[in-house]
Design a protein around this ligand. Structure first.
Ligand SMILES: NC(=O)c1ccc[n+]([C@@H]2O[C@H](COP(=O)([O-])OP(=O)(O)OC[C@H]3O[C@@H](n4cnc5c(N)ncnc54)[C@H](OP(=O)(O)O)[C@@H]3O)[C@@H](O)[C@H]2O)c1
Length: 266
């Protein structure tokens, strides 16, 4: 069997660390990306010993060009990489109006620009070889923008829309793509943002292992969008159907009658 390699960003903790473990369990060699070299090296030794795969840490601050470039080059040049899992991301420390603009911009850069650059690089490389898979971690807040920090929800709405649109481009190319929309998931993201996870009702928080196992089951089922908490998949299908019903009404020669624009003025 040819060896296959998965690149996992944000692999040093939380959701990314569980992906690294599960993909090693599925026989993938790993390229693990995050800033914390020590954690990546400890994880690499542990996963290599327990799963008998090769784990190569690629310590990098993806927010900086000098950290991102070598990771992009690896995706471009290493034909052994057949999977990219984009987990590196950060959350907000509070509402937008109480946040420092530089911090918000840094969050947008990591959650949007970096994920975008890595996905484009991987999609081009994988599609050229007619193989591969990309998993992007979005969030359910992409569907509930009123419920959370505006900048964060918009960054996750980008991940959802971008993945849906990329799926169209990748159709027939042999490359699978999936967006995962977790609800609250028990990880370090809360501590990093200075949020006490205990203020969130416990029955709204999923363990990271259960979330990733459900997301991988959705991946195996070929789902484009996976919402691990959602028991009634018909609710998501109804939203998608409503969106497609809107389609033919969204770009027309004349303004809608309710705006009162005389036809000859257009
Ligand atoms: N937890 C939730 O409730 C939840 C819900 C929905 C979506 N998500 C999303 O899930 C993804 C993973 O988050 P998580 O909950 O697992 O949080 P986490 O435990 O804080 O993990 C974030 C990961 O990203 C890495 N990272 C952060 N900044 C980086 C940078 N500049 N360069 C490279 N790596 C960087 C961190 O490692 P280093 O510090 O070592 O760099 C860490 O491995 C995020 O996109 C998050 O928005 C989380």
């Amino acid at each position: 069997m040819p060896r296959k390699t998965a690149m996992v960003t944000g692999a040093s903790s939380g959701i990314g660390a569980i992906y690294a473990d599960r993909l090693a369990g599925r026989g993938f060699d790993l390229l693990t990306v995050a800033r914390d070299r020590g954690r990546l090296e400890e994880q690499a030794a542990r996963l290599a010993a327990s799963h008998g795969v090769q784990v190569s840490p690629l310590p990098a601050d993806l927010s900086g060009r000098e950290g991102l470039e070598p990771v992009l080059a690896k995706l471009r040049e290493d034909a052994g990489i057949t999977m990219l899992v984009n987990c590196a991301g950060s959350g907000p420390k509070g509402p937008v109006l109480q946040s420092d603009a530089t911090g918000l911009a840094a969050m947008v850069h990591l959650n949007v620009d970096v994920l975008h650059a890595l996905t484009v690089e991987a999609a081009k490389a994988f599609a050229a070889r007619g193989e591969g898979a990309i998993i992007n971690i979005a969030s359910v807040v992409a569907l509930m923008p009123e419920r959370f920090n505006a900048t964060y929800v918009a960054s996750k709405a980008f991940v959802l829309a971008f993945t849906q649109a990329m799926a169209e481009e990748l159709k027939g190319q042999g490359t699978q793509i999936q967006a995962v929309l977790p609800g609250f998931t028990r990880t370090e993201i809360f501590e990093r943002a200075g949020i006490d996870i205990n203020v969130i009702p416990a029955d709204m928080i999923m363990g990271a292992e259960e979330m990733v196992d459900a997301a991988l089951a959705g991946f195996d089922r070929g789902e484009l969008i996976t919402i691990p908490s959602l028991a009634d998949d018909g609710l998501w299908q109804a939203l998608e159907t409503a969106r497609h019903v809107l389609g033919p009404h969204l770009s027309l020669k004349h303004a809608a009658p309710r705006y009162g624009i005389p036809a000859e003025a257009v």
